[in-house]
Design a protein around this ligand. Structure first.
Ligand SMILES: [Zn+2]
Length: 250
């Protein structure tokens, strides 16, 4: 009897140790630690079944982002409004966290650490673009393998939602802080060009922003439901260092 009790206690200890390892081994390494491991961040399939969505309205406060020369609209305001619409479109099936919920600035690296506080979530950063007066159309940036399908789903929905003359600039694989550094799947959406006259007039229209929000929310919902299924082969993983402010665009 005593031996059996001892055995049970030993088994409990083993189970506890295994449980501890499961938990601790799943915790991402802290910034600065285990740099080799961190270079491989995102080398995994895309997420499925997630419940938490972090929506990041780009810029804010003193950082207005781009300004439309045609409507004088600030990118930071259009992004904030669109993010609130995405939250509304996602409905109660998700826990939605807004990176900022007002007109203030958060440093990019702080946005990354705030996102990292929610393992198991995904991050969508919302922006509007600026370029030549002829360039137009939405585009979605991703860098990591685990963010590819989410980006592709969002971009596919956006291209179906915008007028055909606006075009579809497609997916762009680019290593920037918000597509490389967070420890959760992360994409950055450029909803269209504030520098292009007709597109900027559309972006100034609440109904149009609602359409964009609806498209983005559908991409997010589909990713949660289906993961990478039907999205074709995933892009090869790339071992690249963390993105720094001084990096050249790539
Ligand atoms: Zn921006």
């Amino acid at each position: 009897m005593a031996l059996k009790l001892l055995m049970n206690a030993f088994q409990l200890l083993l189970a506890a140790a295994a449980g501890f390892c499961l938990v601790s081994c799943a915790v991402p390494s802290s910034p600065g630690g285990r740099s080799a491991g961190r270079s491989e961040y995102g080398h995994r399939p895309g997420p499925q079944g997630f419940h938490t969505v972090i929506l990041d309205a780009g810029h804010g406060g003193r950082d207005t982002g781009a300004t439309s020369p045609w409507t004088r609209q600030y990118e930071k305001d259009a992004a904030m409004d669109t993010v609130r619409r995405i939250r509304q479109e996602l409905g109660s099936g998700f826990q939605v966290i807004l990176m900022r919920d007002g007109d203030y600035f958060i440093e990019l690296d702080d946005r990354v650490s705030r996102a990292n506080a929610h393992p198991g979530a995904i991050l969508v950063s919302m922006h509007y673009n600026y370029g030549g007066t002829k360039t137009r159309g939405p585009e979605t940036f991703y860098w990591r393998m685990d963010s590819y399908s989410l980006a592709k789903r969002i971009q596919r929905e956006l291209s179906a939602a915008v007028p055909s003359q606006n075009g579809n600039r497609g997916l762009v694989r680019r290593r920037i802080r918000l597509t490389r550094n967070p420890e959760i799947p992360c994409v950055l959406v450029e909803g269209g060009y504030l520098s292009q006259v007709s597109e900027s007039r559309l972006i100034a229209d609440a109904g149009y922003r609602q359409r964009l929000a609806k498209a983005i929310a559908k991409g997010i919902r589909d990713q949660a439901a289906y993961g990478d299924a039907g999205m074709g082969p995933l892009p090869p993983p790339i071992n690249a260092p963390m993105s720094r402010p001084a990096d050249a665009r790539e």
